[in-house]
Design a protein around this ligand. Structure first.
Ligand SMILES: [Zn+2]
Length: 477
């Protein structure tokens, strides 16, 4: 059931190295503003996607970043490096010097040189303030208002937009495109600092091609020229790198990791299931210890602190956070701040009990352009968390929505057993083995095609005895 939504997210992976776009207030924008924006955005990105807290790897990535910025004449910011727990292979920067790399990127990296080259590319985007200069439409106001989305904000949009907009906005932050000129600049200046720091500049080509190829595999098609017109195609970028490479000033190779791959052995290689996972129709959150059930046939999508699910007629978005307010208090606060125009659409407001848990529901109904929408906001307290269910539907029967609210429960030990952590493993093979056999034997979470891609193994070739192979395995919590 989650496939379509996943596809929406994965659609953009092919262009994963693109970065984000940002609003502009023109030349008057000073560095302090960059830094301030960066703080707001980084908080949003980190709470929404979820940070992978791995001290060793974070320190290593920072050390590589420091090596790179040392080569710059004038780094504008104090760069900060964070790993995000998400399956999409991506690296991006946001203003003010926040650099992100995803756990989904780990299986694709073959060397410190590749890591350094993609990081250098992103450092240049940040340092040359590409997002600020790109003068595109702003998304900040929208993002900052998400938690306060009121009825009006919901019913004014189509059902789908109401549900998806937070995710789309996040997509703009993590994937939107720079101009061709800016990409070229980031490639060239990036490999300049990478080469000076002693890294192999051509490693940018190998990682770009691998990610590009992965995009083709998962979207099932070749890169199309017109689809992302502003994105310099991988081919173009590779050629430019070839041209500039011989002219680069190269520092003495001096890598930080003795054995790059081993450093990533055991690392998370996708979503952190501790922070949420969907199995069949049930969403589990082992970190907070709760679960929720959605109706059969619904699509669902989630991020660190938000879950969305729906079908063609009904949608629900659930957020949760530590909040000391009683559900009724939270509901009253909501009503108090409601736009007077929408007060008329409130059908009722009352406390409810969900088993032992306290809750409060506000129901509403509104007609817009001849169409009637039904909706509700429900607050439920479980332990220290306050849940907020935002439901919207164009059918009067709200029983499916209610079932979701009433399905909120604590996770059991049995539930925990079902959860698997996607883990990157570097395995030395005892015997020669075909890719097919390897995938079956290890219950690989990656397809044969992707295993071949990340291990640079051409079709038809087997792995030899003694060869090291990168795998992603679902391991127990
Ligand atoms: Zn870029």
């Amino acid at each position: 059931m989650k496939k379509t939504f996943e596809h929406l997210l994965q659609f953009i992976i092919a262009f994963a190295l693109v970065g984000l776009f940002f609003p502009s207030s023109g030349k008057s924008q000073n560095l302090q503003k960059d830094i301030k924006l960066g703080e707001q955005y980084s908080e949003y990105v980190e709470t929404t996607i979820g940070v992978y807290e791995n001290e060793e790897l974070t320190a290593y990535i920072k050390a590589v970043g420091d090596k790179l910025t040392e080569q710059m004449d004038k780094p504008l910011f104090q760069y900060k490096y964070t790993i995000l727990a998400t399956p999409e292979p991506n690296a991006f920067s946001i203003p003010g010097g926040h650099l992100y790399i995803t756990t989904g990127m780990f299986p694709f990296l073959e060397s410190e040189d590749e890591l350094a080259c993609i990081m250098a590319h992103e450092i240049i985007h940040a340092n040359n303030r590409h997002v600020i200069k790109s003068n595109r439409r702003g998304i900040i106001p929208g993002i900052l208002q998400i938690p306060g989305a009121v009825i009006g904000a919901v019913v004014d949009e189509t059902l789908g937009n109401a549900l998806r907009s937070p995710f789309q906005r996040l997509g703009m932050l993590t994937h939107a495109s720079y101009s061709r000129k800016q990409e070229t600049e980031a490639d060239i200046e990036g490999i300049e600092i990478a080469a000076k720091a002693g890294y192999e500049p051509k490693a940018l080509q190998s990682i770009l091609s691998r990610i590009g190829r992965y995009g083709e595999i998962i979207t099932g098609e070749e890169e199309q020229k017109d689809r992302f017109a502003t994105h310099p195609l991988t081919e173009d970028r590779l050629k430019k790198i070839n041209k500039i490479e011989p002219k680069l000033l190269k520092g003495e190779p001096n890598h930080l990791a003795d054995d790059f791959l081993v450093l990533f052995d055991g690392a998370l290689a996708g979503n952190d299931p501790l922070k949420g996972i969907i199995e069949d129709t049930i969403y589990y959150n082992p970190k907070e210890g709760f679960k929720l059930q959605f109706p059969d046939g619904w699509e669902s999508l989630f991020m660190a602190n938000m879950i969305a699910a729906g079908d063609t007629t009904q949608l629900v978005r659930i957020s949760f956070e530590e909040d000391e307010r009683d559900p009724t208090e939270a509901a009253e606060d909501f009503l108090e701040n409601l736009n007077p125009y929408f007060v008329a659409s409130v059908l009722g407001s009352e406390p409810i009990n969900i088993g032992e848990k306290r809750g409060h529901i506000i129901a509403f109904k509104q007609s817009i352009q001849g169409k009637t929408y039904y909706g509700s906001r429900t607050w439920v307290r479980q332990e220290n968390l306050l849940f907020n269910f935002l439901a919207i539907s164009n059918v009067e029967d709200q029983s499916q929505m209610e079932n979701i609210v009433y399905s909120l429960a604590e996770m059991t030990a049995e539930d925990e057993q079902r959860i698997k952590v996607p883990t990157l493993r570097i395995v030395e093979l005892e015997n020669q083995e075909t890719v097919t056999d390897l995938v079956q034997r290890t219950q690989s979470e990656l397809s044969e095609e992707v295993i071949r891609l990340i291990n640079e193994k051409p079709e038809g070739d087997s792995f030899d005895a003694g060869e090291r192979v990168k795998l992603v395995i679902g391991e127990n919590l």
